[in-house]
Design a protein around this ligand. Structure first.
Ligand SMILES: *Cc1c(COP(=O)(O)O)cnc(C)c1O
Length: 394
């Protein structure tokens, strides 16, 4: 039987059995609208509040600082547009971010730019990490917001969030982080790290899709993104996705309580992949070797196309990605890889392997038994590789 290896956890994760089990009663039995007054709604109302406590506890926040949303993209939009519009009233129209944010952040910033906001995008250099001194230098009197992702979704690099938080606090500037890749995967404490706003999404840590949350530090004023009913104390309208919220609560609690043990395993597996893949000639690891998510590796192989590599891995039962799932339909290489200074043709030959809870060392061995063969085969029929070899011979 063909082995199946899912190695695309940065794109999404499979909801755990425990998560699905806790959700099912809220699809089958407890269907009451949390806003209604009869008894069957008490159950759904308290389930939502229990999940809010679970999320708060995972972040070191208070439950009244947690607002449920439809996912990471909505949380990013709400935080960034909200702060921008709130502080524009005080003449603050400058936002600092980085070139390799998720499109949920970058496209939101594009929209604000069209409204007249000024955006500074910091470089991430060849290691995929923002430099704190460059961030400090970019801050201005009229800076309303700094938004820097916690960990990058394509290359897995982790940003100096606590340092950035400390600087923003000192300068009185609000700090938002898209922590969609980080929550449930690495430790986070919003108070220790001086984070004012934080986006998370359940489906990146073994929860359901279409549900997320925004942490908003108490005292931060944030206009609504979605107007309507009085749900979420009037700050985010729409009947609650009760089953999704319950799943999110279970998933975040489980992910945090099993994190340490899982990460010890993941780091061993990730490092084996990196060490072995880098033995393939003309390969490179994208992003810092150590400052990265425990399960994430992004490697470029010169002379091949990432899409072809993905198809052949898929033929061998391996699910991986060549960029972010959102951009695989476009032919331009990923903005993240270009931000590291990779040439277009090198960026095109990139592979993201992101491991998760259910992966084993046998999965890694399967990947490593297939990968070098497929790279060799694709190179054997690649005119680009022939050219590289000719140049080498000169
Ligand atoms: C997945 C992801 C998002 C988008 O989250 P959705 O819940 O899919 O909208 C945003 N930012 C990062 C870093 C992500 O990895």
């Amino acid at each position: 039987m063909k082995r199946f290896v899912y190695a695309d956890h940065s794109a999404t994760t499979q909801p755990s059995e425990h998560v699905v089990e806790t959700m099912l009663p809220y699809l089958r039995t407890y269907y009451g609208n949390p806003s209604s007054l009869y008894a069957i709604s008490d159950q759904t109302k308290s389930a939502v509040e229990h999940a809010r406590e679970q999320v708060a506890r995972a972040l070191g926040a208070e439950s009244k600082e947690i607002f449920f949303t439809s996912g990471g993209s909505e949380s990013d939009n709400w935080a960034i547009k909200g702060v921008a519009h709130q502080l524009a009233q005080k003449g603050k129209k400058h936002i600092v971010s980085s070139v390799f944010e998720h499109h949920a952040v970058l496209h939101t910033l594009d929209a604000l730019k069209k409204e007249g906001f000024e955006i500074t995008l910091l470089p991430v250099h060849d290691n995929g990490i923002v430099r704190v001194e460059e961030l400090t230098a970019a801050l201005r009197e009229d800076t309303a917001l700094v938004t820097i992702m916690f960990a990058n979704n394509e290359i897995g690099t982790i940003q100096p969030i606590a340092e950035i938080g400390a600087i923003c606090k000192q300068r009185g500037i609000l700090f938002h982080t898209d922590a969609v890749q980080a929550v449930g995967n690495i430790p986070i404490d919003v108070h220790e790290m001086n984070i004012d706003l934080l986006s998370l999404s359940a489906h990146k840590f073994y929860g359901p899709k279409g549900v997320g949350a925004l942490y908003v530090r108490k005292g931060v004023r944030l206009p609504n993104l979605i107007d309507g009913g009085m749900q979420e104390v009037g700050r985010r309208a729409g009947t609650e996705n009760v089953a999704g919220i319950v799943g999110l609560g279970t998933a975040i609690e489980d992910a945090v309580s099993t994190m340490q043990e899982r990460n010890q395993k993941l780091i061993l597996m990730r490092d084996k992949i990196i060490d072995e893949a880098l033995k393939i000639e003309r390969s490179r690891l994208n992003g810092d070797r150590y400052q990265r998510l425990p399960g994430s590796a992004n490697i470029s192989f010169e002379g091949i196309e990432g899409e072809a590599l993905l198809l052949w891995l898929d033929q061998n039962g391996i699910c991986a990605s060549s960029g972010s799932a959102c951009t695989t339909a476009s032919l331009d290489p990923s903005h993240v890889l270009l931000a590291l200074g990779l040439k277009h043709e090198v960026a095109h030959g990139s592979l993201r392997l992101s491991l998760g809870a259910e992966n084993t060392m046998e999965d890694v061995d399967h990947i490593l038994s297939v990968l070098p063969r497929v790279v060799d085969m694709l190179r054997a029929m690649s005119p680009l590789w022939e050219e590289i070899k000719k140049q080498e011979a000169l």
